[in-house]
Write a protein that binds this ligand. Structure first.
Ligand code: F6P
Length: 483
């Protein structure tokens, strides 16, 4: 494989980066709308020459072939020799995707149907606890990819959540974590979802033991515990009867559309959950078929590459202008940083260019009253994605979003005093969702998943393993630091 900095497009981009001048182009030339999401990249520091070279770079990195390889189940997770098929989780029932000479779609459809049955039963108050009373509260025990997606999802779609049930999360190992959540719950009417791809995560297993003791009716185990895991054997050994599988070709952080999100399916109902899948699938189709110049995930990824590798901006600030996206950033932090926080390439060699950015941010309105000063006048280089919802266009929140975009990109002076000068020059993407719905949420998830994949392809890294995390766990174990 040719080194990245020897590629023609890379050399051209290095040259442009030395001479480019920040220009503010016409918004109309930089607006791409697909799948109910519009990307306005007029706030980025790019011109046609730079965009053409970025597209050329994608072609030189064989992006098209890599997309096809992922979608059809080639083992692109090369270090673990696994396919990467989170897109199969939202594929139509009649699709055929072969893994080890077996079509995986019937297994996926079977799990979807089980999710439908379980969620309907609980919502209809037909799932009974040990004393015969219907379940009133569902608690997800899980961490990382087994919690961040469902937590974000259920809060994002809170307006659709059934109000006759309570939904709760227990994740970190804080000694009070379990008791704080269960203090107001009744063991007779509480159902635990033990969510862990590996079923070996100590935080999750420790909380499971607490839950077992708290329910204290082992003979009625099945009425109070559901397991979701790729390690079905281990869950069976631990006594679980209701087990929803995920598979080794779904990464933990890519499991938003899998049974890992069962708690959201119960909360919003299977029909709405299916709309999330439909939205994600339509973005998948856009990603595989659209020309790169109009392809939202590809454009987001390439603009990020320009900022990271050529303008030396090591972070991406994500500001959201709707409370529905309040928990998006922690979810995205794992998705992006666990995927692309790498410095060894696919061939096992150390690389000499920057890779995944530090992801940070939160609600845009709150930013103005906390860290906005640093955005206006600080010394760190920053790039930003601003995300808003079109249905708020007449509301202050969207006026604020667009005003932030203007100030951050163009800066300004308020009087002669240098203390009042704002340089601007922050490269900004403005992403506008037509509305906030399960469908657009699914599309947004897929958009960022594929953006991260594209960047991994260009950087020649495997975005689907996490060897650093595994090594750290092993170092801690060997040294007996947590006994
Ligand atoms: O330790 C990191 C990690 O393995 C993540 O990749 C994962 O999402 C999280 O822990 C939880 O893992 P599991 O779903 O196997 O409990």
């Amino acid at each position: 494989m040719e080194q990245l900095n020897k590629k023609n497009a890379w050399k051209k981009l290095e040259k442009y980066a030395k001479t480019y001048i920040v220009q503010h182009s016409e918004t109309k030339n930089n607006l791409i709308s697909k799948e109910n999401i519009t990307l306005d990249y007029s706030g980025q520091h790019v011109d046609k020459l730079i965009m053409d070279s970025l597209i050329e770079l994608a072609n030189e990195c064989n992006l098209h072939e890599q997309i096809q390889a992922m979608m059809c189940g080639k083992p692109i997770n090369n270090t673990e020799n696994r396919p990467v098929l989170h897109t199969a989780l939202r594929a139509p029932d009649n699709k055929v995707i072969m893994v080890n000479e077996r079509n995986i779609i019937p297994d996926i459809v079977h799990v979807r149907n089980t999710m439908k049955q379980i969620s309907t039963k609980i919502r209809n108050k037909e799932w009974l606890g040990y004393s015969g009373k219907p379940i009133t509260d569902v608690v997800n025990i899980g961490i990382g990819g087994s919690m961040l997606g469902p937590y974000f999802c259920i809060h994002a779609l809170r307006d659709l959540v059934i109000d006759t049930l309570g939904f709760h999360f227990i994740s970190d190992i804080d000694p009070h974590a379990f008791s704080r959540v269960t203090a107001k719950l009744n063991p007779e009417t509480t159902l635990f979802i033990i969510s862990s791809k590996s079923f070996t995560t100590p935080e999750t297993l420790s909380h499971f033991q607490k839950a077992l003791a708290w329910i204290d009716h082992e003979q009625k185990f099945n009425q109070h515990f559901i397991a979701i895991t790729a390690n079905v054997k281990k869950a069976e050994e631990m006594g679980f009867k209701t087990i929803l599988p995920i598979w080794d070709w779904v990464g933990g952080r890519y499991s938003f559309c899998s049974a890992i999100n069962l708690i959201s399916c119960i909360a919003i109902g299977f029909e709405h959950f299916s709309e999330i899948l439909a939205g994600a699938h339509s973005m998948d189709m856009h990603f595989c078929s659209e020309h790169f110049t109009k392809n939202l995930p590809v454009l987001l990824a390439l603009l990020g590459i320009w900022n990271i590798n050529f303008l030396n901006i090591n972070n991406l600030l994500v500001m959201t202008y709707t409370q529905d996206l309040q928990d998006f950033v922690p979810y995205l932090q794992q998705l992006d940083m666990e995927s692309n926080g790498k410095s060894i390439n696919r061939q096992g060699r150390k690389i000499d260019y920057a890779t995944g950015p530090i992801i940070w941010g939160g609600l845009g309105n709150h930013a103005q009253h906390s860290y906005y000063q640093l955005l206006c006048q600080g010394t760190n280089k920053i790039a930003a994605d601003l995300i808003c919802v079109r249905t708020f266009d007449d509301d202050v929140i969207n006026k604020m979003c667009r005003a932030h975009k203007e100030v951050l990109t163009k800066g300004g002076n308020h009087g002669e005093n240098p203390h009042n000068h704002i340089a601007g020059e922050i490269p900004v993407n403005l992403l506008c969702l037509d509305e906030f719905s399960p469908r657009t949420l699914g599309a947004l998830i897929s958009l960022y998943e594929h953006k991260i994949f594209v960047q991994g392809v260009v950087w020649n890294i495997n975005s689907f393993d996490q060897p650093g995390v595994e090594s750290s766990k092993e170092i801690i174990r060997q040294n007996n630091w947590i006994s």
